[in-house]
Design a binder for this molecule. Structure first.
Ligand code: ZN
Length: 371
């Protein structure tokens, strides 16, 4: 049997569940740390595991260029290479390729593009993207799609969505079903309700183990994103996991879970960790700020990560001021821990039927100053 998902409880549209995969079970709602090039930047696999993360994301575009999908396969696959025995979801490469403006040429069958590294020519089609993800040994494979540009007219969005739906069929044909592995289709259609509904119908007709919502968090703003989710998330098949791609801030996660989304990924906590931005239970802080220079307290008193249990805010501030690499390492660890703790709190609240009150309390605490 391919990958499956069990639904345990609901609180409004929010859902508590478990994803069953060949590489272990994952409680949902879940946030996936991003391991773009075969590493969650600045983190060892052990440190990622210690945060409670169960599922991580790998990147087809980056890995096909370096070290190459066939090379990853010959080295035993991405799990072995990264020392990550848990499940891995890989994106299809579509999003990165489409953003190579001026370096790519789109046709009905795929995309020809130049590497951003050395200018060498490559081609991605639905078949090749699925083959690469298979070579990487991805637990969850994503269908190859075109991420519709934003803003776009309704006609442009329709044409792009229809191309993605043809590619979804080809992606499904290329997928090799294996025990505990699965493939997700990606809903497109921009901010147009009828196009989103057409896309959901087309994907449901093909049939996938899960469904992703693509083309959001591309500049439309949180309000527009939430209104798309209002009519998209709960319209997806109820017995399959729903994944909102590339989202988001802690506030985005609270709002999207409440609208029926089960899975998320975003570079935000790791990227922020390298640029001195700390996500905490009392809001976001720039650790370069001089007000932390003499602050002997922990970054987030309730957090169990090594930064919060062993070091002061003043030390973290000092590390960033001196551009020591330990600063990004410790803060990335903390930010991932914060996101995992946020999701654990959300799951507990859904199970107890108090997500709205829990989310309100979490949001209220963000506006507080660090204690
Ligand atoms: Zn911490």
């Amino acid at each position: 049997m391919t990958l499956s998902w069990t639904h345990h409880a609901s609180d409004g549209a929010a859902r508590l569940g478990t994803l069953h995969t060949a590489h272990g079970d994952v409680p949902t709602p879940v946030f996936m740390p991003v391991g773009t090039a075969g590493t969650v930047k600045a983190m060892t696999a052990d440190s990622v595991r210690s945060t409670g993360a169960k599922l991580i994301l790998g990147n087809t575009y980056h890995l096909m260029l370096r070290p190459g999908a066939e090379r990853v396969a010959s080295l035993g696959g991405l799990h072995k290479m990264m020392d990550w025995a848990g499940p891995i979801l890989t994106d299809s490469g579509g999003f990165q390729v489409m953003s190579l403006t001026g370096l790519r040429k789109l046709d009905a069958d795929g995309v020809t593009f130049q590497s951003h590294i050395d200018g060498s020519k490559h081609r991605l089609t639905p078949q090749r993207s699925i083959e690469i993800q298979h070579l990487l040994d991805a637990t969850i494979t994503m269908a190859f799609d075109e991420c519709t540009k934003f803003p776009a007219t309704e006609a442009e969005t329709r044409a792009s969505m229809e191309l993605s739906m043809r590619w979804a069929g080809r992606s499904r044909d290329a997928f090799v079903a294996r025990e505990g592995y699965g493939q997700f289709g990606i809903v497109q259609g921009g901010v147009f309700r009828d196009l989103r509904e057409n896309s959901i119908a087309a994907l449901s007709n093909i049939g996938f183990e899960g469904y992703a919502i693509g083309g959001l968090a591309v500049g439309e703003g949180q309000e527009a994103m939430f209104s798309v989710l209002d009519y998209t998330a709960t319209a997806l098949p109820a017995d399959r996991p729903r994944y909102l791609m590339g989202v988001g801030t802690p506030d985005d996660l609270l709002g999207s879970v409440a609208r029926g989304v089960d899975m998320f990924d975003c570079v935000m906590p790791t990227r922020a960790g390298r640029t001195a931005r700390a996500y905490t239970s009392h809001g976001v802080h720039n650790m370069r700020n001089a007000r932390f220079a003499d602050d002997a307290g922990p970054l987030d008193p309730g957090c169990a990560c090594p930064l919060c249990t062993r070091h002061s805010r003043a030390y973290l501030h000092h590390l960033f001021r001196c551009e020591e690499m330990l600063g990004p390492m410790l803060l990335t660890w903390h930010n991932i821990q914060y996101y995992q703790d946020l999701m654990a709190g959300i799951r507990q609240a859904i199970g107890e039927g108090r997500l709205a009150a829990h989310s309100a309390a979490v949001r209220a605490a963000w506006s507080g100053e660090p204690k």
